[in-house]
Design a protein around this ligand. Sequence first.
Ligand code: SAM
Length: 228
Amino acid sequence: MSKPTPDLDALRLKMVQDQLGRRDITDPRVLEAMRTVPRHLFVPQDLVHMAYWDGPLAIGEGQTISQPYIVALMTQLMHLQGDEKVLEIGCGSGYQAAVLALLARSVLTIERHAVLADRARERLKALGYDNVRVHIGDGSVGMPAEAPFDGILITAGAPDIPLTLKEQVAPGGRIVAPVGRLDNQVLEVLEHRGRTWHVERSIPVMFVPLIGVHGWDEREYDRGRWFT
Ligand code: SAM
């Protein structure tokens, strides 16, 4: 007898209720976006049945789509109102970019693995996320030609926040990023307040590393050890 097909839309609503609503995700716009974006279309075919579990999943190239809760928390920390131009560094599957696309005016997302970037671009286009552009390259240097951004979201673990990224954020804008060591980081929120930056620390996290000029050297990490 064949297994019944899971009702993925129902699983998504349950994920939002159980994993987000019962934690500290309270922004109604973020909750609605998480109810809307079909996460199961951003994971590999053989992992669709796990798309709404409370954890990250492998997406190829040694990379991951982050846990739904982490995506929601980072999005909530961005404080988006709807008219922002956002830069995401670490496109991966394109899922986080899709969530941002529902909450901001436009999203530019950078991915260093061309295979992942091409896949994400096609997927986002097919799903009608017309306000997202996917760029292949080293996002640790940002995209000065497109600056200023109202917010920058880094979805890979950074040793610190490079000055060049700070310089690409408009006054009042934010940077949300996992910052710390290769094997564990803390989610940091930096707010651009005129001449100063206000820094807040959120929860401990474990992301795959940001590899690049202002990130880690690829040789410094043992591929496959990090999984978030
Ligand atoms: N946001 C993604 C999603 O929704 O699927 C998940 C991101 S995954 C945890 C981190 C991604 O950052 C990986 O795809 C990795 O290749 C990418 N990455 C790491 N260093 C990068 C860099 N310097 N520039 C662009 N992408 C980078």
